[in-house]
Design a protein around this ligand. Structure first.
Ligand code: NZQ
Ligand code: ZN
Length: 395
């Protein structure tokens, strides 16, 4: 087990009616005037925004609204949010939505406190040193941004989608009511299941680590998500299944399932350039296509671990004479599961053709001059193109 720091300062208020506590919890953190940040309208239609506003009013807090966050959240709205904060003199930012809304809120909170253009630090410049207090009311179990230390924003002019990792990204408080996810579509539920699984799997696959406890936490989470996912897709209002998915979303990306590992998040890096360049691609859908292809490209370098996952999570029988067969069987079972829950599993299903490859791979590799982060050998342009080609067919 490698040395690690486990730091998850976010207070989680979980369960039915959780959002009703927003006013009191924000007030206890010194809030007086709140920026309520949300997306394209789902929280208005569901009545959630009204409930949050009522809770703030009850606690004597004033607020200003800024909606309109699009999936794969855009830099221009972050800039607008910072101007709104200045004009309205807010002292707390509350995101009401999914990962895109939360990430936009994080970027606004940092930019408002720093007095700098947010793209400076999102694109890899000097990281922010301070932020504005912020929290979340989660409506979609997926990105894990409600507890994570990351924030992903797209510059819609250059199509660069970039992530900022800093402990400042941890929300002070997150309100998680599984009922607020009942209205999530089957497609977005599927995207969320894949993304939640990926945050654990990208941490799980690291060579040369002996971390039995972390492995078993990861495998337990994956099994629970696998089963709850099937139920939530079939019965969107099943509270227990939605509750499992929601809590798993948070635990999968708050670092718990990676303690003691050295991880690189290779497939996330590959995917972000697809959804950055092709706005119609949902993050979870991109991962659903790319992860099995990546796994097929690298599993021979870590047969033991891929076979372990196949047996413990995907119900495969261990072939002790040919463990590599078990490993590959597990990758196929995972891909079959993604297909079963309605996710695309090939480039064609994602709306991508070979003619699109060059632009995406050039973004990822800075025109072939850089490699993507990887813990299974160098991930240069040629190797990434090989993964794209594997993804043209089911593995
Ligand atoms: O905008 P509204 O109207 O709210 O609709 C959204 C949106 O169209 C809808 N939705 C959300 N909650 C709903 C709902 N519809 C009905 N009922 C509800 N309760 O779902 C659509 C997708 O929302 P979005 O927030 O984009 O999805 P998700 O939570 O999957 O977030 C994806 C973004 O997070 C980033 C991704 O790259 C992507 O940009 N990620 C952020 C991470 C982080 N900060 O830690 C880590 C992840 O790996 C990921 O990269
Ligand atoms: Zn993700």
């Amino acid at each position: 087990m490698l040395n690690f720091i486990y730091n998850t300062p976010t207070k989680v208020v979980f369960g039915r009616g959780a959002e009703a506590q927003a006013g009191a919890e924000l007030k206890a953190r010194g809030a007086t005037r709140v920026l309520l940040h949300f997306g394209g309208g789902s929280v208005r239609r569901s009545g959630l925004l009204d409930k949050v506003e009522a809770s703030l009013r009850e606690a004597g807090l004033s607020y200003v609204e800024l909606g309109g966050v699009a999936p794969n959240p855009k830099l221009s709205l972050v800039r607008e949010g910072i101007e709104t904060c200045k004009r309205e003199k807010v002292d707390f930012v509350l995101a009401v939505g999914g990962g895109s809304v939360i990430d936009s809120a994080k970027a606004i909170a940092h930019g408002y406190a720093e007095g700098r253009d947010p793209w400076e630090y999102i694109s890899g410049g000097e990281p922010p040193k301070k932020t504005t207090p912020f929290g979340t009311v989660l409506t979609l179990a997926a990105a894990g941004s409600e507890m994570s230390n990351s924030c992903v924003i797209t510059d819609e002019v250059t199509h660069l989608k970039r992530g900022l990792t800093t402990e400042l990204n941890r929300p002070l408080v997150s309100f998680l009511n599984p009922e607020n996810t009942f209205t999530v579509s089957k497609f977005q539920t599927g995207c969320g299941i894949v993304d939640t699984m990926m945050h654990t799997m990208e941490r799980y696959f690291t060579p040369d680590t002996d971390t039995d406890l972390t492995d078993r936490l990861a495998e337990g989470l994956l099994v629970a998500v696998r089963d709850a996912g099937r139920i939530a897709i079939a019965h969107p209002e099943d509270y227990e299944a939605r509750a499992t998915l929601m809590w798993a979303s948070s635990l999968s990306h708050n670092t718990l399932t990676g303690c003691g590992h050295n991880h690189t998040f290779t497939v996330h890096k590959l995917e972000h350039d697809f959804s950055g360049l092709h706005d119609h691609i949902a993050h979870g859908a991109g991962l659903s296509v790319l992860f099995p292809a990546w796994a097929k490209a690298v599993y021979r370098q870590d047969v033991r671990k891929f076979a372990q996952l196949a047996v413990r999570v995907w119900g495969c029988e261990m072939d002790f004479d040919h463990p590599e067969r078990t490993a590959l069987q597990g990758i196929r079972a995972m891909q079959a599961y993604f297909g079963e829950i309605g996710m695309p599993v090939t480039m064609g299903g994602l709306g991508i053709t070979p003619a699109d490859y060059e632009d995406v791979v050039n973004l990822t590799t800075a025109n072939g001059t850089k490699c993507a982060p990887s813990c299974y050998g160098e991930m240069d342009k040629a190797r990434i193109l090989e993964i794209y080609r594997i993804a043209e067919q089911p593995v």
